[in-house]
Design a protein around this ligand. Structure first.
Ligand code: DC
Length: 235
């Protein structure tokens, strides 16, 4: 068998590669995933937007996100499509582009609740995998490396100190013109964290073969450099 050096192997296989990025809220996942996708010319798949889309439809339908049966009953009468334009992902629910409505506090809170419903996770699985099949994808979420793309050759799990995550999330909210004190941001973040890490189906845990990166003292560019270095040498 002919030996292929790791860099060359990456060159050969890059068209089919999925890079999985997981971690809790506020570690800088989205920023880093977008930057990495842009640097590599890959598609950026934001799987949180899919859970947010279900949350959006739940709220629109005046269903309580905690009502598992009613949320589950919504799924067969829902269509979700994603469009990728100039590196940005647009989400269409039942044919309507709702991308601009996915980041409100109401949708954020509801997404955290509906994402714990097993039927919702099951329903979104083929949608995510279908996009992954295109290859050249940076997929960001909570269960990319453990569940959705367990065979991804590159897996990163980002962590950061709790106070750093709260400060980052609070800055984002202020920049987006939303209300909220550091205390409420801290409470929301720890509630979401607890739900993500303790849910029975696909909880937030690092895949056994994920590379852990603590982003507390790193800029997004520094994190991306670490990732590119790992990917280039085929780690
Ligand atoms: O990453 P985000 O904040 O946009 O995610 C919204 C919610 O969806 C979050 O509370 C966790 C959940 N989520 C998930 O359970 N699995 C994923 N792969 C992505 C997000």
């Amino acid at each position: 068998m002919r030996a292929v050096c790791p860099v060359r192997r990456f060159e050969i296989e890059r068209d089919r590669v999925i890079i999985a990025i997981d971690g809790p809220a506020g570690v800088g996942k989205s920023t880093v995933a977008k930057l990495l996708a842009a640097r590599l010319g890959y598609l950026y798949l934001d799987t949180g937007a899919l859970y947010r889309a279900i949350a959006w439809k739940t709220l629109q339908s005046r269903i309580r996100p905690t009502d598992h049966d009613q949320v589950t009953a919504l799924l067969p009468i829902t269509s979700i499509h994603m469009q990728f334009r100039h590196g940005a992902m647009q989400v269409l629910v039942d044919g309507i582009d709702i991308s601009g409505e996915l980041r409100t506090p109401e949708v954020t809170a509801a997404a955290s609740v509906v994402s714990a419903i097993p039927a919702v996770r099951e329903w979104l699985l083929p949608i995510q995998r279908q996009i992954g099949q295109r290859g050249s994808v940076v997929a960001e979420g909570r269960d990319m490396g453990t569940k959705v793309f367990p065979a991804a050759p590159f897996k990163f799990f980002l962590e950061a100190d709790a106070d750093v995550r709260v400060a980052r999330r609070h800055r984002e909210l202020v920049a987006a013109g939303r209300d909220g004190t550091v205390e409420t941001t801290s409470r929301d973040l720890s509630d979401r964290d607890r739900r993500d890490r303790t849910r029975l189906v696909d909880p937030l845990v690092p895949a056994g073969d994920a590379r852990l990166i603590d982003t507390s003292a790193l800029s997004p560019d520094q994190v991306v450099e670490q990732m590119i270095a790992a990917v280039s040498i085929g780690l």
